[in-house]
Design a protein around this ligand. Structure first.
Ligand code: TXA
Ligand code: MG
Length: 343
């Protein structure tokens, strides 16, 4: 393969099957210090060698990500965790219950195991073993992988290879197309350096976590303000269109697009309507959320009205992403550059 990690180079796209071919190619690019977008069960991740300072720097450049926002390290297997981090009892219990899966655990890092830039100057590392056979196999071949969501910084996460290509085409070496991701929403991020504390609601519900380790020290509401997770900035997951949340069908304005939860009649045209889940199912809604926002954003409507979505289970994480997408931005239709500066 030629032209690895060259910003001018073409971005190759290949299918996840045959698996051995995808694995060999992805491994080669990672070993050469390049960037590969890989599917996970949550969203696509932009992977690089976690031990390589230059590969890590390429991730920040390709995404336009602020240097103060650290990266999640993805492991081939949970048993790797104690090599990279001091591994508290709560982490042990949670990993046993939920790994591989959509839970990220922030622990004190062991010095020298992860490139400094990936930690953004901090003394902790975020770890997760994804439920994604290809990514785990690449990590098993090439070592632990840093992998933020595979989108331009501050924009919507990508749940399809097409969405990755739209955001990062020409800026990364390879995209492995594994189809639409199964869960569609990023992992839940939990700080376990002290009493376990929610930093980012995500695809694993707080209720499921609390069933294993008891009540968390604070609710999701505090995670909005606490900013102990540097990625939790107000304007994030931003489509170009403005967002209006908790809008009933009868209050949608004629020039708006409508992101519908449940079976309500839409007052706007089919091109400007995206149905998250007619049955009102929250897992289906999570899976289709980013696709829905991207689709309606492309319709050209200045504003997307969004149905009320219940704040229970994974609904908490869905509402979190919508609130961030609706957060004030520098102008009603920021360019990617302006949105990045807002971070
Ligand atoms: O599902 C996911 O988590 C996806 C897939 C690809 O694994 N990844 C993902 O990465 O969403 P990213 O970089 O888009 O979001 C990671 C979040 C950010 O809010 C970041 O600030 C936080 O995790 N984070 C990473 N390392 C941290 C640390 N050491 N302490 C606190 N927060 C951390
Ligand atoms: Mg992200």
């Amino acid at each position: 393969m030629t032209g690895l990690a060259n910003a001018d180079a073409m971005t190759e796209v290949m299918a996840v099957e045959p698996f051995t071919e995808a694995l060999a190619w992805a491994t080669e690019v990672i070993r050469a210090g390049g960037l590969v977008a890989l599917p996970t069960e949550t969203v696509y991740g932009l992977a690089a060698d976690a031990a390589s300072p230059s590969a890590v720097r390429k991730i920040y450049r390709a995404k336009g990500r602020p240097a103060h926002n650290p990266l999640i390290v993805h492991l081939s297997d949970g048993s790797e965790a104690s090599r990279l981090a001091h591994w508290p009892e709560a982490a042990r219990a949670l990993a046993a219950a939920f790994w591989p899966g959509p839970l990220t655990l922030v622990c004190p890092v062991r010095e020298g195991r992860v490139a400094d830039d990936a930690l953004a100057g901090g003394t902790t590392v975020a770890l997760r073993t994804p439920d994604a056979p290809l990514m785990r196999a690449v990590a098993s071949n090439a070592g632990a992988l840093v992998a933020p969501s595979a989108n331009r910084s501050g924009r919507l996460s990508a749940t399809t290879a097409d969405a990755v290509l739209t955001d990062l085409g020409g800026r990364i070496d390879l995209i492995i197309d594994g189809g639409a991701t199964r869960l569609g929403l990023e992992s839940t991020v939990l700080d376990v350096t002290g009493p376990p504390r929610l930093l980012r609601p995500g695809a694993l519900s707080v209720e499921a976590i609390e069933a294993i380790i008891g009540p968390l020290t604070s609710g999701a509401g505090e995670a909005h303000q606490g900013l102990r997770s540097p990625g939790l900035l107000s304007s994030h997951y931003a489509p170009r269109a403005g967002l209006r949340l908790d809008v009933d069908a009868c209050d949608v304005r004629p020039d708006e697009a409508f992101l519908v939860f449940g079976g309500a009649q839409s007052p706007v045209s089919p091109e400007r309507t995206f149905r998250l889940s007619t049955a009102g199912d929250l897992a289906e809604t999570a899976r289709r959320l980013f696709e829905g926002l991207r689709t309606l954003d492309a319709s050209g409507a200045p504003t997307i009205a969004v149905s009320p979505i219940p704040a229970e289970g994974i609904g908490l994480a869905i509402r979190d992403r919508l609130n961030r997408a609706a957060a004030p931005r520098p102008s009603p239709h920021p360019s990617p550059t302006a949105a990045e500066e807002a971070l």
